[in-house]
Design a protein around this ligand. Structure first.
Ligand code: 13P
Ligand code: SF4
Length: 304
């Protein structure tokens, strides 16, 4: 194992060993650059359904890698480390779901940022890109929605439906939930012509001062539709790296506290080691995988 790993060495090894490299938009720029495909959760799920590659190296967090594995049960899915997880996904327990189901007679729409066991108990699946479409198309005026309370609030606002967040107050992403309007306004004072883009995982009061709300892939398209030269990117800082590479003539400002340390657990060295040793491999119970496959297929039918 070489001590210094250059991005080109990763590309070469992936090619030799027949790996397709998929990465989420929050990965460090060096990893985004060596990936064959970089996207948001919805794009990554679609890509995972379409690939012919026998081996996939996934760069993101565990629930995303599990979705890729569920859609490719016969293939080898490898990650740099197994401990890159999403704390929000782990915040919803089976007991809380059971309690909510007992109290309300309503379908349970699960956000893709959830564990495989949580998904097993869900009726519908969504990502941040299609949560509004999915809930709009669910044949019920009331839905249980979890684990992200902020996305639940956005979906309720957009659909006019009763969206009951589970687990409730404690369901949030620690990277997005603690951003404040004061942090955004401070940047706006300095850059009054800037436009504010936010991920729907931010709290309602921050969402209210945004020019645009969307998933990371939707944020990627937004500058094309805007004449602004400067954007305040209110999501994990990795997204701004991607935007800067795509639009070199525009300025993208970040909220520096918004770092997902789990996404940043993947680096050039552990990615190289994963390719070299064909592991660690993502393992998923077949019954859970089957359920996730079904949820993804149904989700795509409900997506506009
Ligand atoms: P996207 O699907 O919008 O990329 O979001 C994933 C995520 O983890 C947001 O924190
Ligand atoms: Fe989870 Fe938040 Fe990290 Fe996204 S940014 S993976 S929701 S902890």
């Amino acid at each position: 194992m070489p001590y210094v790993v250059e991005p080109e060495m990763l590309r070469q090894l992936a090619k030799e060993k027949g790996y397709l490299i998929m990465a989420h938009n929050y990965q460090i720029p060096e990893l985004q650059r060596i990936a064959d495909f970089v996207g948001d959760s919805l794009q990554l799920a679609r890509q995972a359904m379409e690939t012919n590659a026998e081996r996939i190296l996934f760069l993101g967090v565990d629930f995303m890698a599990e979705t890729v594995k569920a859609l490719n049960p016969e293939k080898k899915v490898v990650v740099p480390v197994l401990c890159a997880t999403c704390p929000m996904a782990n915040s919803l327990t089976e007991e809380e779901i059971a309690k909510a189901k007992e109290k309300y007679d309503a379908p349970f729409v699960v956000y893709v940022n959830s564990t495989a066991r949580t998904k097993f108990l869900a009726d519908y699946l969504c990502t941040s890109a299609n949560a509004v479409d999915v809930v709009r198309n669910v044949p019920s005026d009331t839905v249980l929605f979890g684990p992200d309370k902020n996305l639940a609030s956005y979906v309720a606002e957009k659909t006019g439906k009763r969206v009951i967040p589970i687990p409730g107050e404690l369901g949030y992403c620690h990277v997005h939930n603690f951003v404040t309007t004061a942090q955004v306004r401070k940047l706006l004072e300095k850059y009054p012509d800037a436009e504010v883009m936010v991920h729907p995982e931010v709290p309602e009061q921050v969402r209210k001062i945004a020019h645009f709300v969307g998933s990371t892939a939707q944020m990627e398209k937004y500058p094309m539709a805007s004449s602004a030269k400067t954007f305040i990117v209110v999501t994990e800082v990795g997204m701004a790296e991607k935007l800067r590479a795509l639009y070199p003539d525009r300025t993208f400002l970040t909220i520096d506290s918004m770092v997902c340390y789990n996404m940043k657990k993947n680096n050039l060295r552990n990615t190289y080691r994963a390719l070299l040793s064909d592991g660690p491999e993502v393992v998923l119970d077949e019954r859970l995988g089957e359920k996730i496959r079904k949820l993804v297929e149904d989700m795509l039918k409900l997506t506009a």
